[in-house]
Each structure stands twice: as C-alpha cells, then as structure tokens.
Design a protein around this ligand. Structure first.
Ligand code: FES
Ligand code: FE2
Length: 358
C-alpha cells in the first residue's frame, strides 16, 4: 500500500491510521526505512582502548543486523559479524583478538575483514573470492559519536553538516556518558507515533505545563533539512541558555535547547549541560523501546536547564502517545490535517516515510 502525503502542508492530510496498525507495513519498514538510514552506535569512549573487537546487533528482532566494530592500526572498522562460510555469528562478546576466528569450522579473518585461512578448502576452486571476506559497513565518526548504516540511501554529510553548523561550537570531546541519567522506557505505541509527538511543540502547553513554564512556546520554531529537522526552544530568562559564538547564526537569541530529530528514529536533544539522545527501537506495531542516553559536559548547568526534568516530561509524552495508539483503532478515525504553523516537523517526517516506503 502506498502512503502519499501532499507536499503542501496546507492541503495535506496526515499519515493514515493503518500505517501505525498494520504488522506487514511494520515489518517492511525495517528494510525500506531502517536499513537505508544512519544509526548512532555509541561514543568512542564506550569502546575501551584495551579491547579491539565489539559485536553489536542493530535493532534486535527488527532489523537484526549483526555488526562487528574492530580497532585496526588504520582506525575503527565496521564489519559484518557473520562468517562467510555458513553464516555463523563470529563474536558474542567484546574482546581483544589478533584475528577473528569462527567457532564453527575455524575460518579466520584479519581485523580488517580479510579472510586469511580456511581449513579443508585447498581444493576449492576460485577461492577465496571477494565475497569470502567480511562485508564492510560505512562507519562515520562525528566528534567521537559513531554512526553506521547497512545500505544508506543518503550520505552521512546530510546529518553532519547540520550538526556542525548548529552545535559544532560545543566542546564535544568533553561530553561523557552518564549512566545515572540514562534509562529505557517501554511504550505501548508505534515508534512513528512517538516521533510524531516529538516533532511538534504544539502539545507542550497542553501536555507539559511545567516545561511550558520554562520555555517560551510562542517563539519555539522548526527548521527543516532534507533528512533531519530542528526545533529551537527559546528561554524566558530564568533558564540556562547557550553561550553562542558571535559568528553563530542564532547569536543574540536566548536558546535553551536544540532538539534535532534525525530520520527516522533518533532525537538529539542538545542542552547547555550536554546531550540527551533518544533512540527508538521498534519491537512491534504497538511496542517501542525508547532509550535515553545522556552525555554531560557541564554539570553546573543541569539544575536550571530545560532538559533537567526528563523523566516527568517523558511520562507525560508516553501517556498521550499511548492514548493515540488506542484512538487510531476507531472505525471513525482515518487521518487528520496539519497545523501549518506548528506541525511542519510532523509533515516533513510523514513525507520522508512515504518516500522511503514507496
Ligand atoms: S560457519 Fe564459519 S567456518 Fe563454517
Ligand atoms: Fe512532549
């Protein structure tokens, strides 16, 4: 089924309800959306220098792509974690190895992914061929934050350039993962409904009265880029704001937070104290794991910052998103319309969804 969203927000209708309910569309979106976009896989400090091989599965049970990060003399690589012989998973745990050895029949690979040895294959013709080496995935490093993609439909520079431009001035090398401020939530809703809600500040006065007191909702605005968008939260005076450099395009504005949404399922909330990344892991059409990962660089700014009370805001968002998931099942609801002044981000997301699903 095709989902078309009119390019003119004033004429457009929202994503039809069955997109969020249909399990076949849900399954298809792993390939058509998630396999073709970029995914954050941790900060360099989360890959200890004492080890050199780090297995990881992208979206277990959904995309289910087994990857292996290796540290080589030329830098980090992102390889397939699947043996090219009969498909065994190569590594289960992070470790330090001189080579990668398959535990099934002993095929060996270098940390660069080259097949170096295979027992009992002396008589095999045309061996090894290119496909006997481990597949490589693109690995991008944005200021120490790693991203990869199985089959990217657009270059990573589409993301990096916007982040550089807006928040490149922050001391990213000082950002440290803070486990005490990181947690997972299980939401009984489709992952895209969670995005829809994130992508508009329209609901803030209704759903988040406390947050609304900190942010100047009237001057909250959205900027659209091809594969991400940005909501800028302006402060009223009592809240911590960024000390923007003089040559920054927002210099002079009281910016309390930059809320980046990166297609399709990541949010990068940048505050004066640091970064809160939200990654959505689709578990089912009405089940999503939301991981909050906090990276702090200036503890002193935490108390007065817009992102300090994340837990309360999150609970309020979950409740409304779960109510929408139930509402969509109604025989009397199919789709709605967009506010041209407050829902540009939602419209942008739905346009991208329909483009990637076709
Ligand atoms: S599956 Fe790896 S050596 Fe056979
Ligand atoms: Fe919200």
């Amino acid at each position: 089924m095709a989902y078309s969203i009119h390019e003119n927000i004033k004429q457009a209708s929202t994503m039809p309800a069955d997109f969020y309910l249909d399990s076949e569309v849900f399954t298809r979106s792993a390939e058509s959306i998630f396999a073709r976009s970029w995914h954050f896989i941790g900060q360099s400090a989360e890959y200890p220098a004492t080890l050199n091989a780090f297995p990881h599965t992208l979206y277990p049970g959904f995309l289910e792509e087994p990857i292996l990060l290796t540290r080589t003399p030329e830098g980090m690589r992102c390889l397939s974690n699947v043996c090219t012989h009969r498909g065994n998973l190569l590594m289960a745990d992070a470790g330090k190895h001189r080579q990668i050895v398959c535990g099934y029949h002993g095929r060996r690979f270098s940390l660069e992914g080259q097949m170096t040895h295979m027992p009992e294959f002396g008589e095999v013709e045309d061996f090894p061929a290119a496909c006997d080496h481990l597949a490589q995935y693109p690995l991008e490093n944005w200021n120490g934050f790693y991203f990869t993609s199985p089959q990217p439909a657009f270059p990573f520079s589409e993301i990096a350039e916007v982040l550089d431009h807006k928040v490149g001035f922050l001391p990213w090398e000082e950002f440290r993962f803070d486990a005490t401020r990181s947690r997972d939530y299980l939401v009984k809703a489709h992952w895209a409904l969670y995005c829809d809600n994130y992508l508009e500040g329209f609901h803030i006065p209704f759903v988040h009265p406390d947050l609304n007191a900190l942010l100047d909702f009237g001057s909250y605005y959205t900027e659209l880029y091809p594969y991400l968008n940005l909501q800028v939260g302006l402060a009223d005076g009592a809240t911590e704001v960024f000390e923007l450099p003089r040559d920054h395009e927002d210099y002079g504005k009281q910016v309390a937070a930059y809320y980046f949404w990166i297609f399709p399922n990541q949010m990068w909330n940048v505050y004066p104290w640091g970064l809160s990344v939200n990654v959505l892991q689709p578990l089912g059409p009405a089940r999503t794991k939301v991981s909050f990962l906090s990276y702090v660089w200036d503890e002193s700014k935490l108390a007065e910052s817009a992102g300090a009370d994340l837990d309360k805001v999150e609970r309020e968002d979950e409740a409304v998103v779960e109510a929408v998931q139930r509402g969509l099942r109604s025989r009397h609801y199919t789709r709605g319309r967009y506010s041209p002044t407050r829902e540009q981000g939602v419209h942008h997301f739905h346009r991208l969804l329909s483009q990637f699903l076709d």
